[in-house]
Ligand binder design. Structure first.
Ligand SMILES: *Cc1c(COP(=O)(O)O)cnc(C)c1O
Length: 477
């Protein structure tokens, strides 16, 4: 018979390993710059190094930890590395990591208020803090989801509920074909959500962008008017503040006016850039975003909160409940005037994600967070100046936040040849293990994204990586 022991581990064992693991994490964070950013792992290598079955009797934890260090860690791409500049560079932070530890220990499931009152109420309080930090009006109510993909799905499900009520009873079969409008630069998660909601590929209308890669409002208005007269049911517009490819900003004011005049749901995808709304110098990029019905911002992207933590703000949470509330008898509780987070999305069970975000906001404070964000934007400016001053290099503009989009473009090298040159430069840098950049395509041409946003990044990491890029370019020719 198994004797009940703390956490199912032998007495004292949890504490012993806990201390060792925290020491390992401390060393890892202090030495992170010495790791190769990008794993040199071959496909299947990690799988092949591990047994195909779980052990019959438990393994000693010493052996487990040894495999973690010798098999798992070398197969990691280190997002914490200060020269991780790919995708959107994200990093957790000490208070966020410690928040995850305590949330795992409490292991609550805040589906209804009663199932964890403090988890529900802390989520409300912390998202109120974040809302005010971002300068959003208090009418907005937040909920934490795992990712922006889920937040956008939830927002568009609420839009379907409001603007295609036929679907509620009979499903999509008898309903008119719905349409969601977004720019051709929108994140793939918008398309995925529309497909998953049953609108099919025709359900998304990609609106052309102007030279700034921002949505062309005239094209949007024209598309909606055309659809209204052709039997489609326009439902929603998704505008982006800070697109993934180049951090373009859609003209939210004009888009909001068009959405309002057609009575459409306006969702704003600010998954990456949203936190920059906390900086007075960046506010102009967020003009009119308070006219949205819903907004997604990811603290796990640029607010030093460990993955996962995405916040969906909605103007009217009743509309989320319309779409998602379905209370079986076994979940009924007597309290009134409380929030049941299960009513705000697809998931019933949910992790206590508010704790780590609360820790991050308390530890750094509003001023501390603003300083880190402003520091990243200053680093991006610093790099942009260097790129602009370098002959044979080009920078894509505008990119107002902490991403720099650049390419090598020597005289006389164009088209596919220039694309191949940039891919080769990037691969050379990435293979060096000293930095990691990712590519994007603009008008069918290859550019390199140098995304700053990691809490460990200092100016010398940016300078060294820029030199590495230039050296690679010189070597390749
Ligand atoms: C990263 C990103 C997303 C997707 O975020 P997930 O949380 O990974 O789903 C959506 N939109 C934009 C603009 C992004 O940059």
């Amino acid at each position: 018979m198994i004797t009940p022991a703390p956490g199912g581990m032998a007495p004292g064992e949890f504490r012993r390993w806990g201390h060792r693991f925290v020491d390992w994490v401390g060393d890892y964070l202090e030495e992170i710059g010495d790791y190769p950013v990008l794993a040199g792992t071959k496909p299947g290598q990690v799988r092949d190094a591990l047994p195909t079955e779980a052990p019959l009797t438990g393994d000693p934890f010493e052996a487990v930890f040894e495999d973690f260090r010798s098999v798992i860690v070398p197969g990691m791409t280190h997002w914490n590395h200060p020269a991780f500049f790919a995708y959107f560079a994200v990093s957790g932070s000490g208070p966020g990591i410690l928040g995850e530890l305590l949330a795992a220990a409490l292991n609550v499931n805040a589906m209804v208020w009663k199932s964890s009152p403090a988890a529900t109420e802390l989520e409300e309080v912390t998202l109120g803090w974040l809302r005010s930090f971002l300068g959003l009006p208090s009418v907005f109510r937040g909920t934490i989801n795992d990712t922006a993909s889920t937040s956008t799905f939830v927002a568009l499900a609420a839009a379907r509920e409001r603007h295609l009520p036929e679907a509620r009873q009979d499903g999509m079969a008898g309903a008119p074909p719905g349409r969601v409008y977004t720019s051709s630069e929108a994140h793939s998660s918008v398309l995925k959500s529309v497909h998953a909601l049953g609108f099919g590929r025709r359900g998304v209308r990609a609106i052309a962008t102007g030279p700034n890669r921002a949505m062309d409002p005239a094209a949007l208005a024209k598309a909606i008017e055309h659809d209204v007269t052709s039997g489609f049911r326009p439902l929603a517009v998704v505008a982006t503040i800070g697109t993934t490819s180049t951090t373009a900003v859609d003209p939210v004011g004009a888009v909001a006016g068009i959405a309002r005049s057609h009575n459409l749901w306006l969702h704003i995808d600010a998954a990456y850039a949203g936190v920059a709304a906390a900086l007075p110098g960046m506010r102009r990029h967020f003009a009119d975003w308070e006219h949205a019905d819903s907004i997604v911002v990811n603290p796990h992207k640029w607010l030093f909160t460990p993955v996962d933590c995405s916040v969906l703000y909605v103007r009217d949470p009743a509309q989320l409940r319309e779409a998602f509330s379905l209370v079986p008898a076994y979940l009924e509780t007597p309290e009134t005037g409380v929030t049941h987070l299960m009513d705000h999305g697809l998931a019933l069970g949910r992790r206590f994600r508010a704790l780590k975000l609360w820790f991050v906001m308390r530890y750094f404070g509003r001023e501390g967070l603003r300083n880190i964000l402003a520091g990243h934007i200053a680093l991006a400016r610093h790099l942009a100046d260097r790129v602009d001053a370098a002959p044979g290099w080009e920078r894509h503009r505008p990119s107002p936040f902490s991403l720099v989009v650049l390419r090598r473009s020597p005289t006389g090298v164009r088209g596919r040849e220039r694309d191949a040159l940039n891919t080769a430069i990037m691969e050379r840098v990435n293979e060096s293990g000293t930095a990691f950049l990712s590519p994007t395509e603009i008008d069918g041409e290859t550019w390199l994204r140098f995304a700053i946003g990691n809490i460990h990044t200092a100016v010398h990491h940016v300078d060294t990586t820029w030199e590495t890029l230039r050296d690679a370019a010189d070597t390749i020719g």
